[in-house]
Write a protein of this length. Structure first.
Length: 243
């Protein structure tokens, strides 16, 4: 296993981030700084980052139904509850793939697979993320083309990839970008307030009926589905009910 993959499996982030750790001379193998990206640690080798011993853990990805009022971070300076307060201590080395703002609910993935995290978050891969949006008043369909064409946010053209009505005040919105508070800000720009926002799908994976605040490990079938989409092959949509 190449060194960057070993570090990613130890929960230190994406392979790109692990490459940065290696290049910066922060990684040692058996007491010697290693900047060789092709190095392959053996089972008995001692690998350290910033003088802390690290071990490659088996790949693990879990799904969490994040409730509103919980922040998507490990620690919060305002002492609010975080997603890690909902998880067992044994998952403390996982990192979340992307974020949901504090008041947004729904599907959040946590993993120690840096490659999977990179694929799901890098803009060039354009992974669908679907949300159910509840507005403060009846939706005017005449505004849909404006959101599809895009609105300038933070110097970027923020676009909604797909939009369809579920009811007069509820919409299903698909994004392929990750601009901060994108959905809320786009609807504010056309005169609406988002009253409730839930992410229900990432790629081929759906939230299903997993209760708020609960988590579960992804099944092998679900991981294969994500990996199939990652490699460009066909991948069926996967929905699994909570146990």
């Amino acid at each position: 296993m190449r060194l960057n993959r070993f570090l990613a499996a130890a929960g230190l982030g994406s392979r790109r981030h692990c490459d940065e750790l290696i290049a910066a001379g922060r990684v040692t193998i058996n007491g010697k700084v290693c900047t060789n990206f092709s190095a392959q640690p053996r089972a008995r080798d001692h690998v350290k980052v910033d003088d802390k011993l690290v071990h490659a853990a088996p790949a693990l990805t879990i799904m969490l139904h994040k409730p509103a009022g919980i922040v998507s971070t490990r620690k919060d300076v305002h002492a609010r509850d975080t997603i890690f307060d909902l998880l067992p201590e044994k998952f403390s080395r996982l990192f979340n793939i992307g974020r949901l703002d504090a008041q947004t609910e729904g599907l959040l993935l946590l993993t120690n697979d840096g490659e999977l995290a990179l694929w799901l978050t890098h803009p060039r891969f354009k992974i669908d993320k679907e949300y159910e949006v509840t507005l403060d008043r009846l939706w005017d369909p005449a505004l849909t083309p404006k959101l599809l064409r895009g609105i300038l946010l933070d110097g970027q053209r923020a676009k909604i990839a797909q939009l369809r009505s579920v009811s007069p005040r509820r919409l299903r919105v698909t994004l392929r970008q990750g601009i901060n508070r994108q959905i809320r800000r786009m609807f504010e720009a056309v005169g609406y307030q988002v009253k409730h926002l839930v992410r229900i799908r990432i790629g081929n994976l759906r939230l299903g009926d997993l209760p708020r605040g609960h988590w579960r490990a992804l099944a092998m079938r679900e991981l294969r589905s994500l990996q199939g989409a990652r490699s460009g092959g066909p991948a069926p949509e996967v929905t699994r009910n909570a146990p």
